[in-house]
Design a protein around this ligand. Sequence first.
Ligand code: SAH
Length: 339
Amino acid sequence: MNMEIPELQQFLEAMGQQKFRAKQIFQWIGRGVREIDDMTDLSRDLREKLKLSAHIGSLNIRRKLVSKIDGTAKYLFELTDGNVIESVLMRYKYGHTVCISSQIGCKMGCKFCASTQAGFMRDMTAGEMLDQVVSIGRDAGEKIGNIVIMGIGEPFDNYDNVIKFLRLIHDPNGMDMGYRHMTVSTCGLAPQIARFTGENMPVNLAVSLHAPDDKLREAIMPIGRKYSIDKLIEACKIYTEASGRRITFEYAMISGVNDSLETARKLALLLKGMFCHVNLIPANLVAGSGFDQSSKKHLLEFKEALVHSGIETTVRRELGSDINAACGQLRRSEMEKNS
Ligand code: SAH
């Protein structure tokens, strides 16, 4: 199911059906039904017709790992075309959060990231993104309160499908999730951040910064060559002003690369006065990447330097560290097993 209500109405009308059925079907999908036969308020005749021309689910759980430490669950899903992607269920005090993938693979080439190493296969549809949330909610028997698009892929490189997904999950007839409960994480496609500002969806924006100057950023993130930090920060400022939402800058701490006190000072200078927050991520690196995680001491000193300069800073809690929960790692190990 990859349709918003108006599309679903057209689809039904083309079948000679009444369009108010669209809302009923949409509500069933939001409640997580898997079989058209379970849509019990539709006539048997309509259900039979729908079965011939439509299907609901697009994912099957291939593997599921549950952390013994914190209950974080990692799902490896198989799509109808045989590709695999991963999604994560995190249990926070403020509600259950699902981290979804937006593409199969990634083109961005960040040097430290496992998701991009096997290359790019294709964009995901809005329905495939929605199905990650619906399938996990059904499997865990839990209400999903928040979503973050921080799994495999660059959401703004799949712009139209991501916007459609955000609308689908927001629809009051479906999952009815408020935009404030959604977060999009981008490696910094400045023009798309500007375009997104115009959508008037007050979702949380997270930007993977990882370095405060162009030279360093370009060395670890090829996208930095296309959009300078100045351009990126300018787009971010416009977003916060228009949406009233505070931006999160993600910063993976990599030993000897971007974790010095001098770098912290540069970062503080860059972000001074912005409505933002820095989230330091203890880098979760794959063996052989040539990068190492910063020591705890460096991490805390870096944080102190930012806080001292008036920049709100948190250190990301490591969830599911016993189950390879960092993005792209489970898919990668699965692909290596099969190759
Ligand atoms: N493409 C998007 C979303 C996917 S990555 C983006 O770049 O934001 C989600 C976050 O995990 C990003 O901040 C990314 O830079 C970070 N990340 C990727 N690999 C990592 C690693 N090995 N350790 C820590 N964070 C990593």
